[in-house]
Write a protein that binds this ligand. Structure first.
Ligand SMILES: Nc1ncnc2c1ncn2[C@@H]1O[C@H](COP(=O)(O)OP(=O)(O)OP(=O)(O)O)[C@@H](O)[C@H]1O
Length: 257
């Protein structure tokens, strides 16, 4: 089942093309990593898909009325600001808002979704804590849990594992992989290519606003593409513990034309 379709999406900001003619679709069961150098357009792509950025072309999500969009896709933005000193449990419960009618309180199904999200992110012990008094990484996990509690077919997350320690980076990617295996779609932007390779079923590579590769990690991250787009050399190995990708050295800049 297709959860998101982008058709010829282009975005121009201050007379500069930030996204150029991007067409793709994402289906149930996919954990899609959006990768590319700084400024390549990853955040803009996710925000445009959600209808948060003026664009040319068509996004199936952006075309939905707002309440339906909030039930179709959860969004975890890159900026992780928690404004109110509420408990972790309350904050994660806010993820249920799109499912509640006006003035309606949470019911049993909502509480199950909140419990499930807290468990998935290992946040049980932090449940009663004031969210604004948690560490940066703990706050990031709480916000991921809020997105999970929204319980949508599609989850879009902008650099969700930035700032997490290795245990929680791997655990969070595992949660996303499990969601995908259960039949949801997950799209995450990432800078950690090693984790992208290990966990994502598919990688989208952006470079200067263009989609320059789209496919399984092994097929996408060729030495040539890694050198051209990321300007590094890398080692890619298949091991009994799964694929291992390690960037090695910065490559010299090509001579200017
Ligand atoms: N509001 C804006 N006005 C002008 N230019 C913008 C605006 N937002 C983004 N851009 C530009 O669009 C380009 C893509 O930005 P974007 O944040 O999508 O990149 P990114 O791949 O997510 O980068 P990073 O890895 O650094 O987070 C950048 O060159 C950025 O400067």
């Amino acid at each position: 089942m297709t959860l998101l379709t982008l058709d010829r999406i282009s975005v121009t900001r201050r007379d500069r093309a930030v996204l150029r003619d991007i067409t793709l679709s994402v289906g149930a069961g996919e954990l899609v990593g959006v990768i590319g150098p700084n400024g390549a357009g990853k955040t803009t792509l996710l925000r445009t898909a959600l209808g948060l950025v003026a664009h040319e072309g068509h996004s199936s999500l952006a075309a939905l009325p707002e309440p339906a969009r909030a039930r179709a896709a959860a969004w975890l933005p890159q900026t992780r600001e928690i404004a109110w000193p509420v408990s972790v449990e309350t904050l994660v419960g806010l993820g249920r808002l799109p499912h509640l009618g006006p003035g309606r309180r949470m019911g049993a199904a909502d509480r199950v979704a909140v419990d499930h999200a807290l468990d998935a992110l290992g946040l049980g012990p932090l449940r009663p804590r004031t969210a604004t008094r948690l560490s940066g990484g703990e706050q990031a996990r709480v916000l991921i849990a809020r997105a999970l509690a929204q319980d949508t077919p599609l989850l879009l997350a902008d650099e969700p594992i930035a700032g997490l320690d290795p245990e929680h980076q791997i655990a969070t990617m595992t949660v996303f992989a499990t969601l995908a295996a259960e039949g949801r779609g997950v799209i995450v932007s990432l800078h950690d290519l090693g984790l992208a390779v290990r966990h994502c079923t598919r990688l989208l590579v952006l470079d200067h606003g263009r989609l320059v590769a789209d496919g399984p990690p092994r097929e996408v991250l060729t030495p040539d593409l890694v050198a051209r787009v990321f300007r590094v050399s890398a080692h890619f190995a298949d091991t009994p513990q799964g694929p291992v990708f390690q960037p090695l050295e910065v490559l010299p800049c090509p001579p200017s034309p």
